[in-house]
Structures are given as structure tokens and as C-alpha cells.
Design a protein around this ligand. Structure first.
Ligand SMILES: Cc1cc2nc3c(=O)[nH]c(=O)nc-3n(C[C@H](O)[C@H](O)[C@H](O)COP(=O)(O)OP(=O)(O)OC[C@H]3O[C@@H](n4cnc5c(N)ncnc54)[C@H](O)[C@@H]3O)c2cc1C
Length: 402
């Protein structure tokens, strides 16, 4: 029997494993496919931490609550914001290299809904850069790692939990405590709703179902967030997001009636709702393949900042465009809101404890931190902050009770 079983190897699971391994090697990490394969690895824009001139933890906290429609659990949101700097320092101490200017200051981008620029990135591949470093560190630990182990059931016994999976792998794993870090379920929900999604195929949510059967409490479980800038065309990119921070560089969105004015204080959810409303009122374009779309015009951004700055800031996005033969100088892109994030989930406390003794949770599978709308960049912060907290409390002493 293991002291702790961690389910999922996105940012939350990996951060939890690293923290828990500081106390014991008696840990198993099980994950659906390959280690690090996750939504975290797809994250582009960056992580929100208040570093800019005039910015403060208080301003970040206020923006977080406003975006969450004040449904956030205040002490969770406060904890996340307060730990921003230590999360960043921890990631850097492991080897994540965030973008800085020639004088060594963080390059801060403005995100929708934020009062100050506070998005810190590794170009436009922040999640991949984080996962690479975290996964390397976890692989170097002396803990057991089981890949291709999609958990399908967890049974509660008197002294432990028994984990079962579909497919190959050990038929059962016993663990004293369990840490659920299996992410959200937007891929499955998008299939049901027949809408595009930005999420990885692994985001199917069966572990949330298991947690419910075990007695976990949920908050705002059916609240979701749409990303306003999903690709509508070409088909291979459909649903994938274009980094929203491109809007702060001056990119414009247009419908049939011309340019749609964007208030930079508008939150992501509000902008998506505006576009969906414009669409319902017949002001979107219909593409040859039947998909509805708006145009995203990057010319103003190129004129204002120059090609070099845009290329340097969004290399991943530009590589995608050139792979599809799209020239952002000559033609607009076609976008439509895409299902992006599960706002709610399993209720936790500041130590990642759930209502069920012995079960901990962290990351997108949880709820309460972001209320019913997440501020951009707050998820990468949340998964590391609460991943570490849950990892540490899940191996602390005896079973703990929430
Ligand atoms: C395209 C994209 C861009 C984004 N950009 C940003 C950004 O710039 N900034 C930001 O803050 N947030 C961003 N987000 C959101 C953020 O990346 C995620 O919310 C966050 O990374 C979730 O981390 P997680 O560890 O909780 O879950 P995930 O990273 O999704 O990891 C879940 C893990 O659990 C595993 N798993 C799932 N089911 C099972 C099972 N049954 N058995 C075993 N293992 C299982 C998965 O394989 C995976 O390894 C973005 C999301 C997407 C999709």
C-alpha cells in the first residue's frame, strides 16, 4: 500500500508530487497517457503575478473576484494571489525561464479583465515550458510513476483506497491517501454540446464522477468559460485558442457590421458572450465549410509594434500560421469562441483537503478559487499554488479530516 497516490500529471499533479516527495518516497503517480500530457502543456499566455508598477496583491485579488462574479471562496482566492511571487520563485528555482527584458525585469503582458499588466510568460508556450521542467524533476524522484493508467474507479475500504483502471496495468493499486489532479472535463462537454474546444482529449472528467460517488462536495460544477479567440478555420486548428494577449497589442475583431469595440477591462467571459450575442443577431460571417466566424485582423498590431516584436512574443502562434500557409500581414484570421475552462469543481480548503477524509484535490478539477469566471493567467498560478499545498498536506502525518 502506498502512502499517497496522485492521479494526473498536469501542472497540479506534478507540483504535488514534487512537494510530497520532500517528505516521503512512498508515492505513486498514475496518469492517463504519458507523463506531462495535459491541458497544462497547452497553456500559452502565461501566469498572473502582480509585479508591475502600481500593481499589488490587492488589485490582483479584486480583479480575481470581479472576474469570478464574486462567487469565489475568498480565502482560496486570497491564498493564491498572496503566493504568486513564491510560486514564480519556486518555478524559477526548478529551471523555468520566464521572459525578461534586457534589464532583467519580467516582460508583463496585459490580459483581459486585469487592471494592470501582470501576465508573465515563456513566449507563447508557457505551459509547455513549465511541464517540461516539472516532469523532468518528477522523473528524477524515487517515486513510482505509472503511465497509460486511465483511472476508472476508486473504492473506499476501511484503511485505504483501491484504485482501478481500464486497459493494461496493475488491476488495483492501494493507497492510504489520494490526490485528485485529473483536470477539467471540457473535451467531453464540448462533444456533448457539439461546440469547439481548446482542450486536450484527456479532459474528460471521469475522475470528478468518481469523487462525487465517494462523497466529495462540488461548487459551481456547471459553470464553464469560453475563450473568445478560438480558430474557426482552417479545420485542423478549429477550437484551438489564439493567445488573447494579442488583443492588447492592438489586434481587432470584426463582424459583418465592422470592427467590434473591445474594452480592455472586459473579462474573457464577457467578450466571449458579446461575440456569441453578435453571432445570434446575425453579425458573424458564414465560412465555406458552414462554420460561423468573426475576423481577427492583426495588421494594427503589426503596424504598432512591428513584425519583429510580434514574432518574438508569439512564436508558437506564428509557426502555426505559417504551417497552415496563412500570412497574418495579408489576410484576417477567422475566430469563434471555444469551450476552454471548467470554472467549478470539487470543494477544497487551503490545504487541498476535500470533504472526504483521505482525499485531496488540486487544479482544474477543483472549484471555488475562480468563482464562475477565471481571470486569465490565474489557472497556472492556482495549479502550482494548490498543487504544492495539497501535495504537502496529503503526506503530512495521519489521515487528515476536513
Ligand atoms: C489551450 C489552452 C491554453 C491555456 N492557456 C492558459 C494560460 O495561458 N494561462 C493559464 O493560467 N491557464 C491557461 N489554460 C488553463 C490551464 O492550462 C489549465 O486549467 C491547467 O493547466 C489545468 O491543470 P491541471 O493540472 O489541473 O490539469 P491538466 O493539466 O489538464 O492535467 C490533468 C492530468 O490528469 C490526467 N487524467 C485525466 N483523467 C485521468 C484519469 N481518468 N486517470 C488518470 N489520469 C487522468 C491527464 O492525462 C493529465 O495528465 C489554458 C488551457 C488550454 C486548454
Amino acid at each position: 500500500m502506498y502512502k499517497l497516490a496522485i492521479i494526473g500529471s498536469g501542472g497540479a499533479g506534478l507540483a504535488a508530487a514534487l512537494e510530497a516527495a520532500g517528505s516521503t518516497d512512498d508515492i505513486i503517480l498514475v496518469t492517463k497517457t504519458r507523463i506531462g500530457s495535459s491541458n497544462t502543456a497547452l497553456a500559452q499566455g502565461g501566469i498572473s503575478v502582480s509585479f508591475g508598477i502600481g500593481d499589488s496583491e490587492e488589485a490582483h485579488y479584486r480583479d480575481t473576484l470581479k472576474c469570478g462574479h464574486f462567487r469565489n471562496v475568498p480565502r482560496l482566492a486570497r491564498t493564491m494571489v498572496k503566493e504568486g511571487r513564491s510560486v514564480l520563485r519556486w518555478l524559477e528555482s526548478l529551471g523555468v525561464l520566464f521572459d525578461r527584458d534586457a534589464r532583467g525585469r519580467y516582460l508583463l503582458k496585459h490580459s483581459l479583465g486585469a487592471t494592470y499588466p501582470r501576465l508573465i510568460s515563456c513566449k507563447d508556450r508557457t505551459g509547455a515550458a513549465m511541464v517540461k521542467v516539472l516532469a523532468e524533476k518528477v522523473k528524477a524522484l524515487r517515486i513510482k510513476i505509472l503511465e497509460d493508467y486511465p483511472v476508472c474507479d476508486i473504492e473506499k475500504k476501511k484503511r485505504c483506497f483501491v484504485i482501478r483502471c481500464v486497459g493494461k496495468g496493475p488491476s488495483a493499486i492501494e493507497a492510504r491517501n489520494i490526490l485528485l489532479a485529473a483536470g477539467g472535463r471540457c473535451f467531453a462537454v464540448a462533444l456533448q454540446k457539439k461546440v469547439p474546444t481548446s482542450n486536450s482529449r484527456e479532459a474528460t472528467g471521469e475522475v470528478s464522477g468518481i469523487a462525487r460517488r465517494l462523497g466529495a462536495r462540488f461548487v459551481d460544477y456547471n459553470s464553464f468559460q469560453y475563450h473568445p479567440l478560438g480558430w474557426a478555420d482552417p479545420q485542423p486548428l478549429r477550437g484551438r485558442p489564439i493567445p488573447e494577449s494579442i488583443l492588447s497589442f492592438g489586434a481587432e475583431i470584426s463582424g459583418k457590421d465592422g470592427v467590434i469595440r473591445i474594452d480592455s477591462m472586459k473579462q474573457r467571459g464577457a467578450l466571449s458572450s458579446l461575440l456569441l450575442k453578435e453571432d445570434r443577431q446575425g453579425r458573424s460571417f458564414t465560412l465555406k465549410n458552414g462554420a460561423r466566424a468573426f475576423q481577427l485582423n492583426l495588421k494594427p498590431a503589426l503596424e504598432r509594434y512591428g513584425e519583429k516584436v510580434i514574432a518574438n512574443t508569439f512564436p508558437g502562434f506564428l509557426a502555426l500560421c505559417s504551417a497552415q500557409g496563412i500570412s497574418i500581414k495579408d489576410e484576417p484570421l477567422f475566430i469563434f469562441p471555444t469551450l476552454h475552462y471548467q470554472n467549478g469543481g470539487i470543494a477544497i480548503d487551503e490545504r487541498g483537503r476535500t470533504k472526504v477524509p483521505g482525499i485531496f484535490a488540486a487544479g482544474e478539477i477543483t472549484g471555488g478559487i475562480h468563482g464562475t469566471g477565471r481571470l486569465m493567467g490565474n489557472s497556472l498560478l492556482d495549479i502550482i499554488c494548490f498543487g504544492r499545498r495539497a501535495g504537502s498536506s496529503a503526506v503530512a502525518g495521519k489521515r487528515v479530516y476536513a
